[in-house]
Design a binder for this molecule. Sequence first.
Ligand code: ASP
Length: 436
Amino acid sequence: MVSVAKFGGTSVATAAQLLKVKAIVEADPARRLVVPSAPGKADAKDTKVTDLLYLCHELASKGQDIGVVWGKIEKRFLDIVRDLGLALDLKPTLDEARDRIAGGASADYAASRGEAIHGVVVAALLGATYIDAAEVIFFDRSGRLDPKTYSTIKARCAGPGRFVIPGFYGQAADGQVKTFSRGGSDVTGAVVANGVDAVVYENWTDVSGFLMTDPRVVAEAKPITEITYRELRELSYMGASVLHEEAVFPVREKSIPINIRNTNRPEDAGTRIMATRDPGHQVVVGIAGTKGFTVFTIEKAMMNNEVGFGRRVLDVFERLGVSYEHTPTGIDTMSVVVSDKQLQVGGVSKNEQILEDLGSLRPDSITAAPGMALVATVGLGMNHAIGTAARLFSALAKARVNVRMIDQGSSEQNLIVGIEEADLATAIRAIYNEFA
Ligand code: ASP
């Protein structure tokens, strides 16, 4: 029985944090695979090592000296090694990375050194075997994970003892170091968990899991103890994020649960993310909302009879390279909900062009209504529990929130409402109070 323990940037930011990591790992013999991030922020004013590394790469690419910034990186690592009292000479490893970055190595190589070097430190601390992620994690030509990764990890981690595999990077098809997107050590942890058939993928961070909603909106928001992969996906779509989006797929394939844990409060059970859960009384698992959407509404009498009308509407958006979120339709109306991020590109708005192109479809009217917020109420089997929608809408009505759009979603686990941006906090609080 093995489990994977991934530790995020704040969990490994200082020697004091690393001692907590050691205690956690040693408390459970199943924790044989450890995936560390690069040292993150030790406090609010601190800078992540990864950010400093990207900065070094930027300086080097402009032919500037990286000495001062590199000095900060080196000091962080050497301070940690000294404070932990490790008999580890990190200087040659640091010098090699510095020379390659100064000599024009890629941004991915530069950024990956935070994890690569820290992995050596963590392995020394735990008395574990260090495995360079570039030797076991492979990307194919299109940049996707190559499935041979899984068998390679399984083979390399077959022996006894503990293994440390640094997060965030692997090897591209051309043999060069390649990173996942930012926060990607979460993905490494999930990939390793799949490779070794872990019983659980523990993701150790600085919060005790997910809360039912944003605590800045509902101060007393309750923690989520169990949530399904699917529910989490629906919630993170709205911006509720603790975990990298791509970290779910590798474990979901094998139904390995993810347990979000707090390095500073290991006694907390955290949130478990799994394939299924018993909804019990907890019909709604979480509520998330975001501002910044515009609704384009096209009205045309007898639209329902016109073959291909919907496609022509969506075609307008496609041709302008705008992706849409939802398309609620009525008999004579069709709306397209678009994130403002899609509409404002490089300070230029695409709204005028969209309205003009939609105009060529000869509708009776077209409107673009900006300033909409979306709120997702997520819960397994929610739409089967009779009266859930009624409870939601009467809670909103009581709070005097006007609902501009409803999208029940085919997943049957997510009810999205579109409201005025100004009503966002009120709406979230009203829904929370109804279902929490
Ligand atoms: N260190 C990387 C980042 O800051 C990856 C990670 O921490 O997950 O994005």
